[in-house]
Write a protein that binds this ligand. Sequence first.
Ligand code: KG4
Ligand code: ZN
Length: 375
Amino acid sequence: MKDGKFITLGIETSCDETAAAVTADGRETLSNVIASQIDVHKVFGGVVPEIASRHHLTQINAVMDSALSEAGVSWEDIDLVGATYGPGLVGAVLIGLSTAKAAAYAAAKPFAAVHHIKGHVCASYLSTASPGVPARGLADADAVDLASAGRSLPEDEGGAAVAAMPTIEPPHLALVVSGGHTDLIDVRSYTDYVLLGHTRDDAVGEAFDKVARSLGLGYPGGPKVDELAKNGDPTAVKFKRVYLEEGSLDFSFSGIKTGVLNYINTERQAGREVNLADVAAGFEASATDVIETKTRLALRRAGRKKLTMGGGVAANSMLRSRIAAVCMEERVELYAPPPVYCTDNAAMIACAAYYQYLCEGSSSLDIDAYASLPL
Ligand code: KG4
Ligand code: ZN
């Protein structure tokens, strides 16, 4: 405890970010340290699992120490250690999980093993007023501004004047769109998550990364497609929208990469110049149309009036503004964290660990790391 607040240390290593963070009373972000491995994997055009694990191993202790010192807390202040135990690259998950278990054991603190996707949901509960991260506004109008700009509201534009601590509590709907997942989740309580729809093949982030590769944009693809698409016409090239059966809340994105590749090849063979920005915008529009339609359907079906969005693709400008528009139309409150809390981070894991521990108690130190894990 520090200043009467419950202090959680969170650790996240499920993919290519080595991250540690400290939260107070679950939601107040005291530090959020992220060591990205982008430069290491860039040369290979994607994440190399074995290299990711090795880098987590060399980084994790320093990242954890920075998270504690930036938060101004010591081991005595820590009340709980939480870490991702899956889903993710199993060797990568294992590094953070083992570190967290060892640290909790050595310091005689309780431990909570967190599902990575629950972390992405909890990202919307976090304060964003921690050092280096601007506060966010939560009023409807602000949400649209934030979303259309694809960023959080800077303090000089009134970001700090509006609530920095989101008041959202379950029940609500959650849209999680990342490199490994495309999920619509009915969050009934802090521990009761019901999966309403998920991808049957590629996750939307995977589609972004594959399309980026076929456009020659390199890794990581999502942010590059996002930037390029801003200069393109989303109606110039129309790609297929896959909705699956009538009323289904599931997704399918595996065909889209082939669609983009076929288009590029056909155009080039015909001697026509390909406008890459139009292709990026056309792809984004097709993925966004499907996500928008199914999110609206899920909101209506579950009868929820609050929506959180999280996962790396929730940083996407077009998706943010379109989901914000859906929420305005459906009179639903939208909680969309700034991009740094959409992509992998440990503050979201600390927040999820806090609620899990309060509701269900600590996890066993025997727990394993998992590549896939049901919600
Ligand atoms: O949540 P995340 O950091 O890791 C996983 O749990 O998968 O998500 C990473 C994914 C990658 O596919 C990346 O290309 C995508 O999120 N991404 C984006 C953007 N920023 C990250 N996709 C579209 N637009 C973005 N701005
Ligand atoms: Zn993630």
